[in-house]
Design a protein. Structure first.
Length: 109
């Protein structure tokens, strides 16, 4: 269940961050409510796997996957341009998350 809770936390964080761009400095009510509610739910669901798993590893996965998804949304939805350096950086983040999940024994302890 820890990975389910982590996945839900990531989804809420991505929703909240996407809505944050639409708040226009928290001057628009609906996107502001989505942002605040999304972050509250993200942190709640992030707290659940932290009962059993190391904070550094869970945070690395949460932030890494969140960065990749937000970058993809920015590229697709907001038409933000990614230069080669940005694409290499995103690939390295993906590689880091994969290394943690596939090769690290830290999550088993």
């Amino acid at each position: 269940m820890n990975y389910v809770f982590l996945s839900v936390a990531i989804v809420f964080e991505v929703i909240a961050t996407t809505a944050l761009k639409q708040t226009e400095g928290f001057t628009r009510l609906l996107p502001s409510l989505v942002t605040v509610g999304g972050y509250a739910l993200a942190f709640y669901f992030l707290s659940l796997p932290l009962r059993a798993l190391p904070v550094g590893i869970i945070y690395a996965i949460w932030s890494g996957v969140g960065i990749v998804l937000i970058t993809a949304i920015g590229w697709i939805w907001f038409r933000q341009v990614l230069d080669p350096a940005a694409m290499i950086g995103i690939a390295l983040i993906i590689a880091g998350v994969l290394v943690i999940n596939l090769f690290s024994d830290t999550l088993a302890h």
